[in-house]
Design a protein around this ligand. Structure first.
Ligand SMILES: [Zn+2]
Length: 238
């Protein structure tokens, strides 16, 4: 598998004296790891690009039968997101988002959607002076939706009653469906959530991170988002 691609560097580490180990998100191959041999010394092949939170064009060779790892032949820095790296609060949010990507995305996954979301989120953090503290929470909700199931939030999955008419909607976190209180079975694994929270999440499904910086959701909605993301992660990943 040899390829050249723009990727997001998630983590790096020193290996032996001059080599660098790199974990990155590819838009087409999920999360991969590779070695940049001589990466600490070679300014010609890896000029300033071997750091986390960089968008880099890597030329990659390897995965032969004998070699279980990828070899990074060279890299060119496309964007270093210096605006976000200069501010501790925004850097913390970016690191938080990247950790979640590493939790949900695996090698070989179809990662086009999660890559686009992550890139757009880093650009938003980089370009906006003020980013609300709930930004990583919305990122996690959207990432879980586009990488896991595409939830259907605006209608009861069993009787097709519209969300607007439900007095007590429930979220089925195993399948990503919403059901009304009359359709609930006793062995369903559900979370009771506010209707406004589900409408908010439905809007999140279709809006990108550049829009989130102007949103001002109520505390109750954010708490519901947190519970939904948390139960999704626990159910599907732990
Ligand atoms: Zn129903």
């Amino acid at each position: 598998m040899a390829f050249s691609e723009n990727v997001l560097v998630l983590r790096t580490g020193r290996f032996k004296e001059y080599d660098v180990w790199v974990r990155f998100l590819s838009p087409s191959r999920g999360i991969l790891s590779g070695f940049a041999f001589g990466g600490c010394r070679s300014r010609r092949r890896f000029c300033g690009c071997l750091d986390s939170l960089n968008l880099v064009r890597f030329t990659v060779s390897g995965h032969s039968l004998r070699k279980k790892y990828l070899t990074l032949e060279e890299g060119t820095l496309i964007c270093g997101f210096n605006g976000l790296k200069k501010r501790a609060d925004k850097l913390g949010m970016a690191v938080n988002c990247l950790r979640f990507v590493q939790q949900i995305c695996l090698e070989g996954d179809d990662s086009a959607a999660i890559y686009q979301l992550t890139l757009a989120s880093l650009q938003t953090l980089d370009e906006n002076l003020h980013v609300p503290a709930f930004f990583p929470l919305l990122f996690k909700a959207k990432a879980a939706f586009i990488h896991g199931y595409e939830p259907t939030l605006n209608i009861c999955a069993r009787c097709a009653c519209p969300l607007e008419q439900m007095s007590r909607p429930f979220f089925l976190f195993a399948s990503g469906h919403v059901i009304c209180s009359s359709c609930i079975h006793k062995d369903d694994r559900t979370l009771q959530t506010g209707r406004k929270s589900l409408l908010f999440l439905d809007r999140l499904r279709v809006c990108g991170p550049e829009k989130w910086v102007n949103w001002d959701p109520e505390q109750e909605i954010l708490q519901d988002c947190f519970r939904i993301v948390d139960s999704y992660v626990q159910y599907h990943l732990e």
